[in-house]
Design a protein around this ligand. Structure first.
Ligand SMILES: [Zn+2]
Length: 439
């Protein structure tokens, strides 16, 4: 897979319209932003023109639309413009507005897609950041919404929408690329159920709302200014909202999202879960550097610059040598002071076999790190085959840990044959498999 780069807008483009909740006129401009900036809203109507980061941590409310804010500042109904930026492949941008809500347009993301195309999309000099689920993530709500994110090489959404009493049940499944987003998703308009908007109109909550910018469903009748753009326009708009809400995690998703009766609340909960998982990963994966000019080996300090492991879970004292990029020999001296000997076993200290596997995995990952030091990917231990423990390891033993990279399939998987030697005898061996994931 070629490394994808971040993108921003080639130039500034803007338009004006009416905001949904206040009914006021609003002008909006999309502007370029530097690498790693993400998407930020700029309130040009306020003193000092404050920025509000389009991040899930800034989520305020999810009633009907998604509202973000910082301190007393708010930006309402962010999802359609965010969907257009994300769907069209824009990672970094400033959305400048002179009101607290973007123009509602025709209730779809079409005006924003037109704006992105008017501005143009420009590549930037940094790799794109992804969130890749390692196992299924699922969110369920009391209202019966269910979101399941599965590992997948591309971003795909399979969505089932169902109205009250399962009226207007629709299903749509698609990979999300800029051309598919523009053609199949962006034109789908907001829809509302008459029984819901009647109350809101009474409360004066949707001043800008009309058949110009939403489809109204009353019983089995569909009321709209122009005919439906797709027979299944409602489920497509649900996917549009999902893309907009998930843009709040600030990374692209590589995964297949299965969404049943999604809504802003459950979308936001998934975004929060993914952002939390990403934060946990980033904490564990502080950037580490392979020391330079160390083909002859690594001292303890250098090993600790490469591996995040620490006492009592660091099982590599030093690297004796590298042979090219595919072979490594490291050393671990086992002392009676190792904490595991206290319980394994009292009066009969033996190093646990699983810790020998851990030691082999640590040594192999130094090799993988050396190989991939310029990449943004990191190797994870996935499986161990043919593991054998041939002789026990006792206090005082010096273990020579050998690892050899036998397979590096694409840039996703790698295999390493490893064995541990004490006093010239193999004490354990195994073939370990690693997968590469984005930091
Ligand atoms: Zn929407």
């Amino acid at each position: 897979m070629a490394t994808e780069v971040q993108q921003t807008l080639a130039k500034t483009a803007g338009f004006s319209g009416t905001s949904l909740h206040t009914g006021e006129k609003v002008s909006l401009k999309l502007q370029a932003a530097p690498v790693d900036h993400g998407i930020k809203f700029k309130r040009k109507d306020l003193a000092d023109e404050p920025l509000i980061d389009a991040k899930i941590d800034n989520l305020k409310t999810v009633e009907r639309a998604t509202t973000i804010g910082e301190g007393p500042l708010r930006v309402h109904t962010v999802e359609h413009v965010l969907a257009a930026l994300s769907g069209m492949g824009v990672d970094n941008a400033i959305i400048e507005m002179d009101a607290n809500e973007p123009p509602i347009g025709d209730g779809s993301a079409q005006p924003y897609v037109d704006l992105v195309k008017k501005a143009g999309v420009a590549p930037q000099d940094a790799p794109r950041k992804f969130f890749e689920p390692r196992e299924p993530v699922h969110i369920e709500s009391k209202s019966g919404a269910l979101l399941v994110l599965l590992p997948n090489d591309t971003f795909r959404v399979s969505c089932t929408q169902a109205g009250p009493n399962n009226r207007f049940t629709q299903f749509f499944s698609t990979e999300v690329t800029p051309s598919i987003f523009e053609r199949e998703i962006a034109p789908a308009r907001t829809f509302v159920y008459y029984e819901d908007v009647r109350g809101l109109m009474d409360k004066n909550l949707i001043k800008g709302g009309s058949l110009e910018n939403a489809i109204v469903i009353r019983d089995d009748a569909v009321l709209s200014k122009e005919p439906l753009r797709f027979a299944d326009e409602f489920v497509r708009h649900k996917i549009l909202d999902i893309i907009g809400d998930l843009a709040l995690i600030g990374r692209r998703i590589r995964g297949h999202l299965i969404a049943i009766k999604p809504g802003h609340a459950v979308n936001a909960e998934l975004a929060r879960t993914l952002a939390r998982e990403q934060a946990r990963r980033s904490e564990m994966e502080m950037p580490r550097k392979m020391p330079r000019g160390t083909d002859g080996g690594l001292g303890t300090d250098e090993v600790m610059q490469v591996l995040p492991h620490r006492y009592p879970f660091l099982f590599v004292d030093r690297v004796v040598e590298f042979a090219g990029d595919t072979k490594i020999t490291a050393v671990k001296t086992v002392s009676i002071n190792e904490p595991f000997f206290q319980g394994h076993f009292p009066g009969h200290p033996v190093m646990p076999g699983v810790l020998l596997v851990e030691a082999m995995a640590q040594v192999a990952s130094i090799l993988l790190f050396k190989l991939a030091q310029t990449s943004s990917r990191i190797g994870y231990f996935m499986s161990a085959d043919g593991v054998k423990f041939r002789k026990p390891v006792f206090p005082g033993d010096t273990i020579f840990i050998h690892a050899e990279l036998t397979k590096a399939r694409g840039n996703r998987l790698a295999k390493a044959k490893c064995h541990c030697v004490v006093n010239d005898a193999v004490v354990s061996e195994g073939e370990l498999m690693f997968t590469f994931l984005e930091r």
